[in-house]
Write a protein that binds this ligand. Structure first.
Ligand code: NAD
Length: 473
């Protein structure tokens, strides 16, 4: 049993003013493995005050100095990679291969931000004016549990690259990962107050950050419902807001696709991060004449997908993060059955031979229509919907018939066709015959998947505001 009883304010580990204790679980065993003392609204105010004090000096640091800081942060997180990897498996239940990727991602986002900052020009000319990109002020960074370390480091990297100071509010369910990341970032020896990390509840610490007049910018990753609350709360003080929210991403399989490649990619896109991914490809659109062929390959692929012990290297789907998430996913599987979708793999309950842990049977429905609940709502678990279409027009219409617009996938052997379909899909990212990530490219959602973009220079600019100075050129 571990005990986490410190938060990080003004360059020091301090005891929270908040007195609530929160249990931490290993989702693969359902056992309590530790507890965390949560920060409260006063702690959030103290953190905001520290970030406010640090801002004037930090905003004036040179680009070179901030690149060096990001590189030190990168090295410090790399030094904790193994510890972080263990925590990700223990606390989140990520399968080992995914866990390793996540632990590395946490440091990679820092070096990627350093690279983007190296190429970024803060001053440009517009007509007779000099335009200077100026940091916004104190940034509130609010993150979810499904890639905790990566989100903390990624948002912090972009905010600090821009010259903002920050208060981070990570998910209360990921306190062990947060503690390791915080220790690493402390080791990077940044000026006190530049970043502060306060683990607490959303409705106290999160609400305080999103309403506080001294916070200029909120960058939030999480559910669409909470994103809307933050947008409303921030409106009073006209905060700049970046929202990275939910998704219901379409996977458009064109009729010329090579199924031997498309099916494994579609299954990986759907089950990535154990299905707990905002970018998961959860609606698979398949040409009706090839539906039976596609389904047969999906059955084989899912049969090879192991949901179970995250430490077993053959496992690709780990447990849901909490009992609440497990129950939510079970409820959606039941709704799919009740609404008349046809199960072609998986179903309710735990996988065969698994007695404990919040594990789901990797599940695929076919005969789904786009008006069914399982095609409209984000399930956030390994549950996929196959929807048949008659022609490309209809496929594009179905792909876009959703409140979301985060990511989409197109599979085709013909790049020209794939590019044409990609151009018509309303999503922030479209991946053609690949699941690759490009850190220099913008990431974010159309429609109710969010506002604004992260990554690369787009991510840095989310923490900057242009100022025009006339008469100096
Ligand atoms: P959540 O919205 O419940 O919580 C996210 C964070 O917001 C947590 O730190 C939480 O404590 C905080 N929060 C809750 N209420 C708040 C409030 N009133 N004010 C301020 N902060 C508050 O989401 P979750 O369950 O942690 O994560 C899952 C969701 O995140 C999914 O919907 C998923 O799609 C989304 N997500 C999006 C992306 C993306 O980049 N678009 C990435 C990962 C996850």
């Amino acid at each position: 049993m571990y005990t986490i009883d410190r938060i990080y304010i003004d360059g020091a580990f301090v005891t929270p003013h908040g007195e609530e204790w929160f249990d931490l679980f290993n989702p693969a065993t359902e056992r309590v493995t530790g507890r965390v003392r949560l920060a409260d609204a006063k702690d959030a105010r103290d953190a905001i005050a520290a970030a406010k004090r640090a801002f004037p000096a930090f905003a004036r640091t040179s680009q070179r100095a901030r690149i060096d800081m990001l590189r030190r942060m990168h090295a410090a997180v790399v030094a904790k990679e193994d510890e972080l990897y263990e925590a990700i498996i223990e606390e989140y239940g990520a399968p080992v291969s995914r866990g390793r990727w996540m632990a590395q991602h946490a440091s990679n986002v820092l070096s990627e931000a350093a690279r983007a900052l190296e190429q970024y020009g803060f001053t440009r000319q517009a007509g007779t004016a000099e335009v200077v990109m100026q940091p916004l002020g104190v940034a509130g960074l609010i993150t979810p549990w499904n890639s905790n370390a990566g989100f903390i480091c990624g948002k912090l990297a972009a905010a600090l690259a821009a010259g903002c100071t920050a208060v981070v509010k990570p998910s209360e369910m990921s306190a062990l990962q947060t503690q390791i990341v915080t220790q690493a970032l402390h080791d990077a020896d940044l000026p006190p107050g530049v970043f502060n990390i306060v683990t607490g509840r959303g409705d106290s610490v999160g609400a305080q950050i999103s309403s506080h007049p001294d916070v200029a910018k909120i960058s939030f990753t999480g559910s669409t419902a909470v994103g809307k609350t933050i947008l409303r709360t921030g409106a009073d003080t006209l905060k700049r807001v970046t929202l990275e929210l939910g998704g219901k991403s379409p996977v458009v399989v064109l009729d010329d696709a090579e199924f031997a490649q498309a099916v494994p990619l579609a299954i990986q896109a759907g089950f990535m991060n154990s299905g707990q991914a905002c970018i998961a490809g959860t609606r698979i659109l398949v040409p009706r004449p090839r539906l039976a062929e596609f389904e047969a390959l999906v059955r084989d692929e899912v049969a090879r997908t192991q949901s179970g012990d995250p430490r077993d290297p053959r496992t690709t789907v780990g447990p849901m993060v909490s009992q609440k998430q497990w129950e939510r996913v079970q409820r959606y599987i039941r709704i799919g059955i009740d609404e008349g979708a046809r199960l072609i793999a998986g179903g309710e309950g735990r996988p065969d031979g698994v007695a404990a842990g919040w594990f789901i049977r990797p599940t695929v429905f076919s005969d789904v229509t786009n008006d069914m609940t399982i095609a409209r709502e984000e399930i956030f678990g390994p549950v996929l919907a196959i929807i048949a279409y008659d022609d490309v027009e209809q496929a594009v219409a179905i792909a876009n018939d959703t409140n979301y617009g985060l990511q989409a996938y197109v599979f085709s052997q013909d790049t020209t066709r794939a590019r044409d379909v990609a151009s018509r899909i309303e999503a922030g990212r479209v991946l053609v015959n690949t699941l690759a990530h490009e850190p220099a490219a913008p990431f974010g959602g159309f429609k109710q998947s969010g506002i604004g973009r992260e990554y690369g220079t787009y991510g840095i600019e989310a923490f900057l505001e242009p100022k025009a100075v006339l008469g100096v050129l």
